[in-house]
Design a binder for this molecule. Structure first.
Ligand code: UD1
Length: 418
């Protein structure tokens, strides 16, 4: 088993290049199934979720070659249409492959993704959208079988702007005859990235980034080359780490507009945040201040994926910060771990009240989920003394170089085999 050993209290300084966005890469890799040629995707981070996506593509019959941060997918001879249970379990968001598999082969079989560490993860909106496009969906014994010899464009209106359901609908609509409009679509930047990739393959998709997306389906797609955008949540993590530990850090390779709400919160907390087009920098020193309530919401609201990370920094703020988690039911599992370090946090339902304490102390900590794990690292960097963080498999799902990047910024973080 490996763990991080982190000694807190070191100021961070320097520049770090942010790697490609996990939540863009996954749907983009699924979208390569629609291309009638070779796709080369650059800035693909080395993450376990990316490896799981590649394993799914290979299982389906694609030829995949990874060279550094570039992944080339040749999907010309797709032979299968099922995602085996073990691959579904490895990455619950593999449900985004369903729309692409269906569009490509006219059928698709996956196992039901079930619940996960954030609570129930329903896929009813994904299935409703696919049904509206003409798919027949049968659920039996935890297996979902979809068939659609022909998909037909239609009007889809999502009751919640779900990121995954929007992506699935866009991917399936690319293979449908006629025009599909998706109303109340999620507006996350990763959906714009998916649209841009699809356009590079010749698809006619527009409107991503707004709440109405239009897809003119049935257009034959070709291969193409694309560079994935920088990961805004990784950037939010490094900004929060600097806020917690103090220092002066510049992040490159990330669109600062995607970080507006996180940057605004850190500014309110007393940090100096400056934004350029593809970079953002932060200067922090002294204690942070408590913030007005932080409410997670669909983009452009405050991202649920940054909730735990910002909370970790706010644990030692002067004053109180209220967090309201509106996106997922059980997204406060990191709170008990932060309490081990001396944090004073009360949770009631969707609300967490963080009473700032002067300092946190090092402790033995266990990652409970991907972003909750990153939050423990942020807290440990600002704490007094040494922390040991286990459960790093969660972190590897979304951070390709966490310890290397933080060490390069001057953090005392080491990986130890126990
Ligand atoms: C994506 C992100 C995840 C992020 C989340 C919210 C990926 C791979 N993951 O997840 O990091 O935390 O967006 O920004 O991109 N819902 C339903 N029925 C459905 C689908 C969703 O009720 O069929 C609900 C969910 O339970 C949740 C809300 O809608 O409460 C938003 O979820 P959604 O946007 O779908 O999140 P994901 O796409 O799973």
């Amino acid at each position: 088993m490996t763990e991080y050993r982190i000694t807190g209290g070191r100021r961070l300084s320097g520049t770090v290049e942010i790697h490609g966005a996990k939540n863009s890469v996954l749907p983009i890799l699924a979208a390569t199934l629609l291309a009638g040629g070779e796709c080369c995707v650059h800035n693909c981070p080395d993450l376990t979720d990316v490896a799981a996506s590649i394993a799914i593509l290979e299982h389906l019959g694609c030829r995949v070659v990874r060279e550094g941060d570039s992944v080339t997918v040749d999907s010309r001879c797709v032979l299968r249409s099922d995602v085996p249970d073990e691959l579904m379990r490895e990455m619950r968001s593999s449900v985004i492959f369903l729309g692409a598999i269906l569009a490509r082969t006219g059928e698709g079989t996956i196992s039901y993704p079930g619940g996960c560490e954030l609570g129930p993860r329903p896929i009813d909106l994904h299935l409703k959208a696919l049904r509206q496009l003409g798919a027949r969906v049968e659920e039996r014994g935890g297996t979902l079988r979809c068939t659609a010899p022909e998909l037909t464009g239609c009007e889809i209106s999502l009751s919640i702007p779900s990121v995954g359901a929007t992506e699935n609908a866009v991917l399936a609509a690319c293979g449908a005859r006629g025009v599909t409009t998706i109303g109340n679509a999620a507006r996350e930047p990763e959906i714009v990235d998916l649209q841009n990739f699809l356009r590079a393959l010749g698809a006619r998709v527009r409107g991503a980034g707004s709440s109405v997306i239009t897809v003119e389906g049935g257009v034959p797609l070709h291969g193409g080359e694309y560079r994935v955008m920088g990961d805004r949540i990784v950037a939010a993590t490094y900004l929060s780490a600097t806020a917690a530990a103090g220092g002066e850090v510049e992040l490159t390779g990330v669109d600062s507009r995607h970080l507006a709400t996180v940057a605004a919160a850190l500014y309110e907390g007393g940090c100096a945040v400056a934004s350029g087009m593809d970079r953002v920098s932060i200067r922090a020193g002294g204690r942070l201040r408590g913030l007005r309530p932080v409410r997670t919401a669909p983009y452009p609201g405050f991202p649920t994926d940054a909730q735990a990370i910002l909370m970790a920094a706010q644990c030692t703020a002067e004053g109180t910060t209220v967090f309201v988690e509106n996106m997922f039911e059980s997204r406060y599992r990191h709170v008990d771990e932060l309490a081990r370090m001396g944090a004073d946090i009360r949770v009631e339902g969707r609300v967490a009240v963080v009473y700032g304490v002067p300092r946190l102390h090092g402790a033995r900590l266990r990652c409970t989920d991907l972003r909750g794990g990153a939050a423990l690292v942020v807290a440990a960097l600002g704490a007094e003394g040494e922390s040991a963080v286990t459960g790093l498999e969660h972190i590897r799902r979304g951070y390709a170089r966490l310890e290397q990047d933080l060490a390069a910024l001057g953090a005392d973080i080491r990986v130890r085999d126990t």
